[in-house]
Design a protein around this ligand. Structure first.
Ligand code: MN
Ligand code: MN
Length: 471
């Protein structure tokens, strides 16, 4: 077949097309089937703990071994190690293990509502039992009212027994709801408020019961009835809420969006879209040159603090552990040298253009749905504050890699310069001297309970992470 003549636009590097037009039919079919797997993952996994459990289960079946119990490591070995069931690393040892690592780092926590430590109250005026919440991460509170919600998490009893809770996802399960105010009476109570205060933090309370116990002696009859139910069903008491991680998440399943089913709408795609695609990628890495590791962190949405966040020393711990199992007497200088040679992708989502609010984007520098995974040379706010900018050299290296392997991508910024901004875990990894760049699909309606992503961008992220980790 004759080679098509290169157009002037192509020659000048001006050409960007939707992946829906550039991908072969057979590859679009593979991307659509990948999206089905991803939807199942989003349906089954809605919290960081559930992500870690899900990934370890599958990784074990695929021959990944527990790094905390390993005695030695050799090239080709696959390993996993978790941190308190909330953060995880999955890796494959490379043929040149001292030449730096290849890391793809995502986060598995998502914005949500957590139950307060003393959450259960009764409102006798309304004759209802309520659960009080404390929101986690950057939510628009008004998006969480009058929508079905589920409770996920763990409770530890006084005796240290772990009780797993997951209520609201199965058809037949009850759900919970934060009731919004009827418009008829909202003119003053809500109408005079600014949008972000339409619902306030302390108003995020779930309706959880209406039936009282039949006992004249008891004051809070509905609260007591709810506790009685919880005690009978789960063996927990009111005090046990003090030792619990209970998260409130949307109760509905992921869905296809659009007549053409081109997109997925679901809760928690920031950042489980990157977590799932990099998870699938690391599962398929075989005998890489460099040791490849996919990290999955908790606590990104609240600043990556704490012992399970990206600012903890879990990274150093895992890398040192891997090295020590190959070369027991490696020196600190050797370790630093390997860190400097390491290259990483901070796998987190970007914002795709929202057609209703285009004004927040600089269009030539904004991500379009369906144009591939978004590479962000830097994040941050204002004058690039809080960002670790990728060097021109590293950007060139990534471009060359993706060109060689036909990975579609786009380069964009989050929004207009003075519009706002956001950070990722990139800077915490860059501190070690490694090259890091941000890369992930563009999302429409990020941090909402129903975020939208193009199936092409999901596929592109998977290809990008796989090529990077397979080096
Ligand atoms: Mn994120
Ligand atoms: Mn986020």
């Amino acid at each position: 077949m004759a080679k098509k003549k290169e157009s002037l636009e192509e020659k000048l590097g001006m050409k960007k097309k939707s992946m829906w037009l550039t991908l072969k039919k057979s590859e679009i079919k593979r991307a659509m089937s990948f999206a089905e797997d991803y939807k199942k993952f989003l349906r089954d996994v809605k919290t960081e703990r559930e992500s870690v459990d899900y990934m370890i289960k599958i990784a074990k079946e695929r021959g990944f071994k527990d790094l905390s119990k390993a005695k030695t490591l050799s090239p080709g070995d696959k390993f996993y190690i978790h941190n308190r069931g909330k953060s995880l690393a999955l890796g494959v040892v490379g043929k040149k293990p001292y030449e730096g690592f290849r890391l793809v780092v995502s986060h598995i926590d998502s914005p949500r509502l957590d139950l307060k430590p003393n959450p259960l109250v009764e409102d006798s005026d309304a004759s209802l039992a309520l659960l009080k919440t404390h929101y986690y991460g950057g939510i628009k509170k008004y998006q969480w009212v009058s929508t079905p919600l589920a409770i996920h998490g763990v409770v530890y009893t006084k005796d240290g027994k772990r009780i797993d809770i997951r209520i609201g996802d199965n058809p037949g399960d009850p759900v919970f709801v934060i009731p919004d105010l009827l418009p008829h009476l909202a003119r003053r109570a809500q109408g005079d408020r600014k949008l972000f205060e339409g619902i306030k933090g302390e108003e995020l309370q779930l309706v959880v019961g209406n039936i009282p116990v039949e006992d004249e002696e008891i004051k809070n009859k509905i609260k007591t009835a709810v506790l009685k139910h919880l005690n009978e069903k789960y063996g927990i008491t009111e005090e046990d809420f003090n030792s619990a991680d209970l998260e409130i998440v949307p109760a509905y399943d992921p869905r296809d969006v659009g007549f053409d089913r081109s997109m997925i709408g679901a809760y928690g795609q920031d950042d489980r879209i990157c977590a799932y695609t990099s998870f699938r990628a690391i599962l398929e890495v075989e005998e890489p040159t460099y040791t490849s590791i996919a990290f999955f962190y908790d606590k990104e949405e609240i600043g990556s603090d704490g012992n399970v966040g990206a600012q903890s020393n879990f990274l150093e711990y895992v890398l040192a552990k891997v090295l020590s199992l190959m070369k027991p007497n490696y020196t600190h200088v050797e370790f630093l040298d390997i860190l400097y040679k390491t290259k990483a992708i901070s796998a987190d989502v970007s914002a795709a253009i929202n057609p209703l609010f285009k004004g927040v984007h600089d269009i030539p520098n904004a991500a379009k749905a369906g144009y591939g995974v978004v590479i962000s040379k830097y994040t941050g706010h204002g004058g690039k504050y809080g960002s670790s900018e990728a060097t021109a050299e590293f950007m060139a290296e990534i471009r060359a890699l993706f060109a060689k392997h036909n990975v579609p991508y786009q380069v964009a910024e989050l929004g207009k310069v003075d519009e706002g901004g956001g950070g990722t875990i990139a800077k915490f990894f860059a501190q070690y001297g490694m090259d890091v760049v941000d890369m992930g699909p563009g999302i429409i309606g990020m941090h909402s309970p129903f975020e939208i992503a193009s199936k092409m961008d999901i596929w592109s992220a998977y290809l990008a992470y796989k090529v990077f980790l397979s080096q």
